[in-house]
Every structure is written in C-alpha cells, then in structure tokens.
Ligand binder design. Sequence first.
Ligand SMILES: CCCCCCCC/C=C\CCCCCCCC(=O)SCCNC(=O)CCNC(=O)[C@H](O)C(C)(C)COP(=O)(O)OP(=O)(O)OC[C@H]1O[C@@H](n2cnc3c(N)ncnc32)[C@H](O)[C@@H]1OP(=O)(O)O
Ligand SMILES: CCCCCCCCCCCCCC(=O)OC[C@@H](O)COP(=O)(O)O
Length: 297
Amino acid sequence: MDVALLHGLLLLLILPVLLYRYCATFHYFCKVTFFNLWVLAMATLLSPFAAIRGRCVENMKLLCAAIRPLKHLYGIKIEVLGAEHLNLKEPYVIVCNHQASLDLMGMVEVIPKRCVPIAKKELLYMGTVGWACWLSGIIFIDRQRTGDAIDVISQTAETIRRENLRVWIFPEGTRNQSRSMLPFKRGAFHLAVQAQVPIFPIVISPYWDFFSSKEKKFTPGTFTIRVLPRIETRGLSPKDVPELTETVRKTMVDVFSEMSSNPCRDWPAELPLLPSTGATKGTDGVWHDEDTTGTSD
Ligand SMILES: CCCCCCCC/C=C\CCCCCCCC(=O)SCCNC(=O)CCNC(=O)[C@H](O)C(C)(C)COP(=O)(O)OP(=O)(O)OC[C@H]1O[C@@H](n2cnc3c(N)ncnc32)[C@H](O)[C@@H]1OP(=O)(O)O
Ligand SMILES: CCCCCCCCCCCCCC(=O)OC[C@@H](O)COP(=O)(O)O
C-alpha cells in the first residue's frame, strides 16, 4: 500500500516534468502562465514602492526593470537597431507593431526616458497590474467609446508638450500575429499632428520561429527591433492624418516583410533604415528623416 502510494506520488511529480518536456501545448501554457504570474508578482511587490512616489512617469523605470529579466528566463535574445534615433530632447510619438504580450519584453529594451504607453482600459482592472500601470502614468483608453478615447488623446496632445513626454502607441489597436499588420487606428497620428511632434516608427520582427499562440509554440529564440528615423508632422493638419497613417503603415509593413524574409539578422546598424518607401515624402513636403544622433538627454 505504502509502495503504491509512493509510486503514485512519484508519478504525480514526474508527470508535469514529462509533459513540460514532451507536450508542446503544456509547455506553452506553463510559459505563458509564468509570464503572467511574473508580471502579477512584480506589480504586487513593486507597486507599494511606486505608490510612495505617487502617479508619475518615473515609475516606468521600475516597471521596465521588473520586465527586463524575463528575456533571460525565456532564453530570448533581442537585437536593437537604430535606437540612436530616439535621442531627441523634444516630445514625440512612437508607433509599434503589436504581435503579443511578449512585445512588453521588446518595449522595455528600447523605451526612452519619460515615455508612457497608451493601453486598453481593461488592464486597469487586472488587480495590482492595473495599479502598477496607473502608478507608472500609463494612459488608458476605452476602445469601445471612440469619443472618450479621442478626448483622452486630445488631452494627451497638450500634456506631452507641457510635461515633455513621449507616448508609445500600438496603432493596430489589438494583438495581431498574422503575416502582415492590421489597418492602423488613427489616434496616434492625430496625437502627433495635434501636438506637432515627430513620429518614430518601431518594427519588431516576427516571432513566428519561436512563438505562436495559435500553434501553442514557445521556445527560446531571437527577435530584432528596428527604430526607424523620425517622421516630421510640423505643418500637417488633421486632413493630412489619413495619408500620414497610410504612409507610416506602408513603411512599417515593408520593413516587417524585409525582416521576415531575411531572418539571418545581419543588417548593419547604419543601414539606411527608411529607403524610398515614402516616409520622407510629406503631403506638403515637410517630412524628413534627419539624423538625431548626439542630442541625447
Ligand atoms: C511599478 C512597477 C510594476 C511592474 C509590473 C509590470 C506591469 C506591466 C504590465 C503592462 C505594461 C503596459 C503595457 C501597455 C501595452 C498595452 C497595449 C494595448 O493596450 S493596445 C490597445 C490600446 N491601443 C489602441 O487602441 C491604439 C490607439 N487607438 C486609437 O488610436 C483609435 O484611433 C481610437 C481608440 C482613438 C478610435 O478607435 P476606432 O476604432 O474608432 O478607429 P479609428 O478609425 O482610428 O477612429 C475613428 C475616427 O475617429 C478619428 N479620430 C481618432 N483619433 C482622433 C483624435 N485624437 N482626434 C480626432 N479624431 C480622431 C479618426 O480619424 C476616425 O475618423 P475618420 O474615419 O478619419 O473620419
Ligand atoms: C488579477 C489577474 C492578473 C493577471 C495578470 C496578467 C498580466 C499580464 C499583462 C500583460 C500585459 C501586456 C499588454 C498587452 O499585450 O495587452 C494586450 C492589448 O495590448 C491588446 O489587447 P487585445 O489583443 O485586444 O486583447
């Protein structure tokens, strides 16, 4: 009886290990659960410290430091190209493609100082995670209430100039693991035009070879983040927003396709990041991709 019990216990211990080793779906769920638990645990541990400072963008540093170790735990290598473009003292808007929650790992590698993401309101209700996000100054929008979301974005246009902030937006508006990018929402571009600040597109290469929520795949791997040169919005008005949105999207989709078809990741750091894809062409000729190196804050 005792031996049978011991065998049962041993099996109970070994089974998860075997499943983790040999069942890809179980492996995937373990890794995703660990990711969420990590975020939850960090938010719970660090929010009280962030609360001492109150709601402020400086708490983003804490949030980023909490997420950074995850890439080591998952064996994920991240290459960043063109980060020097972000060395600009003025406020700006970053637009980035959004494949999965894993984007958080890439975001914390490149996010500049005094930069806050725009996030869906639902995050606010995720217990201490919501609290941590609120304390870090993350801007929340209700995607179901376009009018309210537009109001928040309009207020943000004033805030970023007044408080010298940068804003990180996923213009696809939702996670997307298809072979291309979803149509872009226009909020980010209205924001940049309203505030008359530049836009920096950031493209994260596809996760296909190591992560897929559809195929339940999650292995170690490598991805690349490319920061593209700035796109000016000075002189543009709301009527230019649709064309601006399409031009930026096309530029990003082209870079994404190039990254998908060239997985050897041997691009030189000084590659002309925006070839003649149109991002330098403005509706009134004012866009350009001038080098901002050396203006670091
Ligand atoms: C303390 C340490 C603790 C450590 C613990 C760690 C915890 C870490 C955890 C977490 C970290 C944080 C992670 C953050 C990441 C979150 C990611 C997300 O949540 S992604 C979802 C939200 N993002 C968006 O949805 C994009 C922004 N959305 C938009 O821009 C949309 O445009 C929106 C919502 C404003 C409207 O959406 P529409 O679906 O109605 O789409 P449209 O076609 O773009 O707009 C409709 C009309 O409104 C106009 N419009 C849009 N924005 C406007 C504006 N600002 N002004 C004037 N008109 C505007 C447009 O031009 C359009 O009109 P016409 O068709 O052109 O006539
Ligand atoms: C009380 C339960 C707490 C559970 C804690 C789990 C926290 C994990 C939070 C990771 C946040 C990553 C941000 C993210 O990637 O959000 C998704 C949205 O961009 C788009 O949403 P959707 O694709 O439209 O659902």
